[in-house]
Ligand binder design. Structure first.
Ligand code: UFG
Length: 368
């Protein structure tokens, strides 16, 4: 399917999942406008847009418009909506670190909840009623039973990050109920990992990674001494936590499918996962095989707030969005490893990785 003739606003499009989604959108000929406040994206002072988007342009040979905008600033949002006529909004912009959310709840509610409300207000003022929302399996909290379906109980979240995602889903549902003009799709991601197959676009965590896969990758590349495995006394086959890891490119494609199959009206929810869980020890083994590196680890106490097992029933997305995850754990580890090796410091100090003096887009064309 083609996105020709449609313009999509991507908030948070300079983030990990955002940038990979922008790339897939461009590949099928959508026009893309990114807004991002660069709170978690690298941009050299000499560059006019974040490094990850420059790389997206190199890979796709297409242009992406970029505006440095904070979603909590309504005037900035307004000016972007005045400039373009959007057909749809993919809303990624949010804070996402679970631990930090416990320490800074107001920041999380301000950006994730208030920021979304302001965005929705501006959308309504400009007659834009379609959104794809970046939600999370975190809205399920402690699962009653597995696999998790879209009908599973939600709201039992243990931290402000999870609660903010849950609250926004409630707001979106109420909004769609209030006015049939709205069509909003919430995508509940399980555990996104991996990188673009080129190894040029991937996850670039700020400081010490919170999540398993980037941490393992940094151990493999020698940046960190060993992995701490948080608990080996869970009620799982090997005692370590089990999660449904999903390749970020499969996840990105899920957003395109959500646009192509969007209903004319109402609030829809879809799980995006593979339907298969892997334990921490299984992920370590898979990464060792993919990288040929040893991954030293030690078992430590459980991490507060962690659950034993989480995996998706993704059959609704399979059926209604014609989507399924096609990349397996080996692909996820191989692509993460390629990205980590090519970019040991993330996007910093490496702006020539794919463009050693012979860029196809000149700097003028790159500027918005
Ligand atoms: N783990 C370790 N060591 C680490 C990091 C993680 O053993 O250094 C374990 C965790 O205990 C868990 C598994 O690896 O069993 C996965 O942990 P992640 O931190 O990678 O992912 P989570 O499932 O905890 O969190 C993810 C997202 C959150 C989201 C949550 C629920 O990162 O944003 O899923 O959907 F809220």
């Amino acid at each position: 399917m083609s996105g020709k003739g449609q313009t999509i606003l991507v908030t948070g499009g300079a983030g990990y999942i955002g940038a990979l989604t922008v790339l897939e959108l461009l590949n099928v000929d959508f026009e893309v406008v990114v807004i991002d406040n660069l709170s978690n994206a690298y941009q050299a002072s000499s560059q006019q847009k974040p490094e990850c988007l420059l790389r997206v342009e190199e890979l796709t040979k297409k242009h992406v418009a970029f505006h440095s905008v904070d979603i909590t600033n309504k005037e900035e949002l307004n000016s972007v909506f005045q400039k373009y006529k959007f057909d749809n909004v993919i809303h990624f912009a949010a804070l996402k670190a679970v631990g930090e959310s416990v320490a800074k709840p107001l920041d999380y509610y301000k950006v994730n909840v208030t920021g979304t409300i302001l965005l929705l207000e501006v959308m309504r003022e400009h007659g834009v009623y379609r959104m794809i929302y970046s939600s999370s399996a975190t809205v399920y909290g402690l699962p009653d039973k597995l696999p998790l379906t879209e009908e599973s109980r939600t709201g039992n979240c243990t931290n402000p990050y999870g609660k903010s995602k849950y609250m926004v889903e409630q707001i979106l549902q109420d909004l769609c109920f209030s006015n049939k003009a709205w069509s909003i799709t919430s995508l509940r991601y399980f555990n996104p990992v991996g990188a673009h197959a080129s190894g040029n676009i991937g996850e670039d965590p700020n400081g010490v990674p919170n999540n398993l896969m980037p941490y393992i990758a940094q151990v493999a590349v020698g940046k960190r001494e060993k992995l701490s495995v948080y608990g080996k006394d869970y009620d799982t086959p090997d005692g370590t936590g089990v999660r449904d890891y999903i390749h970020v490119t499969d996840l990105a494609v899920g957003h395109l499918q959500a646009i192509f199959h969007q209903k004319p009206s109402g609030f829809q929810i879809y799980n995006l996962g593979t339907g298969r869980g892997y334990s921490v020890l299984e992920v370590i083994e898979a990464f060792k095989a993919a990288s040929g590196k040893d991954i030293p680890y030690e078992i430590v106490d459980r991490r507060p707030g962690d659950i034993a097992t989480s995996y998706a029933d993704a059959s609704r997305a399979n059926k209604e969005l014609a989507w399924h995850a096609s990349r397996n754990i080996d692909d996820m580890c191989k692509d993460t490893w390629r990205w980590q090796q090519k970019n040991p410091d993330g996007y910093k100090n490496s702006s020539s990785v794919i463009c050693p003096g012979a860029c196809s887009l000149d700097s003028k064309k790159r500027a918005v």
